[in-house]
Design a protein around this ligand. Structure first.
Ligand SMILES: Cc1cc2nc3c(=O)[nH]c(=O)nc-3n(C[C@H](O)[C@H](O)[C@H](O)COP(=O)(O)O)c2cc1C
Length: 363
């Protein structure tokens, strides 16, 4: 950890953000992006996927243009299994433009997109507009998002239903973030009894509930708790990329509080979480999504081989989304080309041949 960077970020924050802090729920998202842009160390760049090697095929016995990386998820066809992971939303021009650019690109490229926590729209109705993305993405897969801990803070089926409706969501993510909440100055750490409440929402919501972490991974015991309550989709969101402990470290002003730094690399690396949960997918009742530290198409391919049906990236989309929809489209298209090339070099023509295929792993 570069302590100078940490102090610079904190000092700048207290200058730039003093007024904004008076409206914490709405401004938090802008602060997060600001911190991510100022401190490159918030992306931990652990590169756990680099330790996984794949079997090269010098004789694929088909042509590159015969490779079909498309996938159908929740009844919708995607051009390849990419998810723009949940990030943002709120009543702010920057945030509105980020979500608009991501949604336009997701629709154009036929990939999935999640929005960031929609809690803000219940305290700031003006924030709804940033989540009403069907204008820009009428057909592609869109996932809503609420922090599961809010189910212990007064949220229930009504709020979850509204969140899904405002977005026109195909599914609703409930995110689990105990580490972030524990480090966050204004964190909600009442996680008691959440599994049952998640199960009730999954039972009553008209669209599927997906569960995700935000960068520390989902373990086998947690997955089993969730599966027993009817959850059929888990995004492992493991360790390796964005560190929420480190981001939240920058958001407090106590120089003696190093909790966020101590825990900045806490959690289950994404490939390990996938390996741990893959056996639960055998019966066909659990579908996995990979995210957390996925930084290129090879990480995506490895995630699919380890059992995921989609692979998500968050942080790498921030810079292009702040620029334009075209910049996001260019990033997605170069990822798709690389993904298709990897499938060709692995001798796999379809996603079905790639997914959960341990024969492609070089031991
Ligand atoms: C700017 C930003 C905001 C995020 N906000 C949310 C959020 O509101 N809800 C959520 O479930 N995850 C949120 N995440 C977590 C991501 O969806 C993802 O799980 C995590 O960042 C790991 O992916 P990455 O390493 O590709 O960034 C956010 C990530 C970023 C970078």
């Amino acid at each position: 950890m570069n302590e100078d960077m940490s102090n610079d970020v904190r000092n700048d924050m207290s200058n730039d953000m003093r007024e904004e802090m008076s409206d914490p729920t709405n401004r938090r998202k802008v602060e997060h992006i600001d911190i991510l842009n100022r401190d490159p160390g918030t992306d931990r760049n652990i590169r756990a996927f680099d330790a996984i090697h794949l079997t090269h095929r010098a004789l694929p016995e088909f042509n590159l243009d015969e490779v079909d990386p498309s996938v159908t998820f929740l009844g919708k066809k995607l051009s390849f299994p990419l998810l723009i992971s949940s990030m943002t939303g709120g009543d702010d021009a920057l945030i509105r433009s980020v979500n608009r650019n991501l949604a336009l690109a997701a629709e154009h490229c036929r990939v999935a997109m999640g929005v960031g926590s929609q809690r803000v729209m219940f305290t700031h109705p003006e924030a709804r507009e940033s989540f009403a993305l069907r204008t820009y993405a009428p057909t592609t897969l869109l996932f809503g998002n609420i922090g599961a801990v809010q189910l212990n803070k007064g949220f229930g089926i009504r709020e979850c239903r509204t969140a899904a409706e405002v977005l026109g969501a195909d599914a609703l993510y409930l995110h689990l973030n105990p580490l972030q909440e524990a480090v966050q100055p204004e964190g909600d750490t009442c996680f008691k009894g959440l599994a049952d409440k998640i199960g009730e929402i999954a039972r009553d919501l008209p669209v599927p509930v997906l569960i995700k972490e935000i960068g520390s991974g989902i373990s086998l015991p947690d997955a089993m708790l969730l599966q027993a309550r009817g959850i059929r989709f888990i995004d492992v969101a493991g360790r390796g990329g964005t560190s929420w402990a480190r981001i939240e470290h920058h958001r407090h002003s106590d120089p003696d509080n190093d909790l966020g730094l101590l825990f900045q690399d806490w959690g289950i690396p994404t490939p390990d979480a996938l390996r741990a949960l893959a056996p639960l997918t055998d019966s066909g009742t659990l579908t996995l999504i990979a995210s957390g530290g996925i930084r290129n198409a090879l990480d995506m391919v490895k995630s699919i081989i380890l059992g995921a049906s989609l692979a998500g990236m968050a942080k790498p989309f921030i810079a292009p989304a702040m620029e334009s929809p075209e910049a996001v489209i260019a990033k997605i298209e170069s990822m798709r080309k690389a993904f298709q090339t990897a499938m060709f070099l692995l001798g796999t023509r379809t996603l079905a041949e790639l997914r959960n295929n341990s024969e492609l792993l070089l031991l």
